[in-house]
Each structure stands twice: as structure tokens, then as C-alpha cells.
Design a protein around this ligand. Sequence first.
Ligand code: SF4
Ligand code: SF4
Length: 269
Amino acid sequence: MVIDLDKCTGCGACSVACMSENNIGVLHDETDKIRSITWMRVYQIDNGKSFPDTEVAFIPRPCMHCQGGTSGTPGQAFFQEDPMEEAAHTPCVSVCPATATDYDEETGIVSQIPTRCIGCRYCVAACPYHARYFNWYDVPWPKGTPRALSPFVSPRMRGVAEKCTFCYQRYQAARNKALVSGGEVGEMDYQTACTEACPSGAITFGQLQNPKHKVHQLISSEYTFRLLERLHTNPKVYYMSKREWVRKKADNYVTRHNKFAQAAPQSGH
Ligand code: SF4
Ligand code: SF4
């Protein structure tokens, strides 16, 4: 996924589309905002200058779908033979004691199985992008609204952790269709809800490795960067901005000339 921060207006349509697509509930009131669940969250940053030189940018933040090492095996990232070796890792997968969260080698998607989750919240603590959410409450679905829920996504129960799945259910549907027709999953056959909903076209989704896909071309731009690259989480979400201050404001900004930024994604969307 590539998100163009110069196009993003901060409208929040991606957030709403994500909630709707994935049966994310809304709580009774706003008294407990820090426990609200927003798989796709829009952050606001500014250039720190006073009016009239103030500039604002918005950073939509889905799960980064951090690239695992060779297999995403628990503990792998922390027990390498050579501690100086630079290996990518998926923090939430490495720490989960219940294998409730997993790195899918085929798609590169980090998935979550709520019914396996024991609610220890290690993943919440380990995720450097705050992309993990814990269900503190049973969602109070008002009368009649359950009928409007998507039948393709299970509503999660209280006491488990959850996260953005790059709308994995859409991938499954596209893959099944491709299996029946004998073809392949095309770029436009599988798009996430946030990508479709973005009115300014700021989000582009596809296979990073596939030269035919737009994202593949976009990530070679000198204006692309990823968040917290020095943690070797190797995110599959890239951002781009022609504004230098926006790129610098992203945590631990490193240039494309930095060796970490040169690390190409190994697989997946
Ligand atoms: S961004 Fe957080 S939740 Fe997503 S894969 Fe990385 S560590 Fe896991
Ligand atoms: S809260 Fe659930 S998914 Fe997260 S680490 Fe614990 S068992 Fe694994």
C-alpha cells in the first residue's frame, strides 16, 4: 500500500469505510476514547510554524503488515546467531504466545484469529505503530443494526486483540473467483475498503513486487518513505510526500539513500 500524504485531506472516509467493512463497533459515548477501536486512524501533523506559515498534513495509519523474517517464527527476531545481523521482523507475531497472530507467507498479510487470542495484549505493547487494538467491551449493537453487519467478517468478542487485515476477506473472495475461472487475482480484483473510499485517490493498493502494479512503480520514487524504518519491521505501507518537512516529521525519518530504506519488500501486497 502506498499513501500519498500530499493528496490526503484528512477527511476520514478511509476510517469510516474500514469500520463499516470490518464490523467495527461504536461505543455508547466518547468518555473512553483511548479504548475506541480504529483500525485505520488518521493522525494530524503540522510544520510547527505559526500563522500564516502553518502547514498541516494528515497521516492515515493502517496496520503496516510488517514483513516477517523468513517465516515470522515467534522469537526469531530476538534470537539470531549474529545480533548485529539486520533482519526484518513482525513485532506482534514475534511476541504472541498463542499463535493468534500470524504472518501469511503467501500474501504478506499479518492476520489475526480472535478465537485463539488469550487477551494478554503483548501484541498491543509490541506494535510500534499502535496498530493493535484490544476489545475492552462487548459492542452495544443497537436493535436492528446487526442485520447491517458484513457477513464476511466475524464481529470480535470482548477480551481479544484485533487489527487491520488489509480486508483479507476481499482477498479470499478474489482468490476464490480466480480459482474458479482459472485466472490470477488482478490488481483491481483485490482492493481494500479504505483504498476504494478515499475521495482524493491518496491510497494505492497492489502487489509491491509486481512491476505491473502501480504500487511497485510508486515505491521507487525518491519521495517515498516508511515509518520507523530503523526498527527493521520492514512495513508494507509506504508513504510519499514531496514536502521535506512531512518526510522528516515521520518518526525516525531516514532517506532513501539509507541502507535500511533500500531493503526491498520480499513478498506480498
Ligand atoms: S504494524 Fe503492528 S500490528 Fe501491524 S504487523 Fe506491524 S507490529 Fe503487527
Ligand atoms: S493479546 Fe492475543 S493476539 Fe495479542 S499477543 Fe496476546 S494472545 Fe496473541
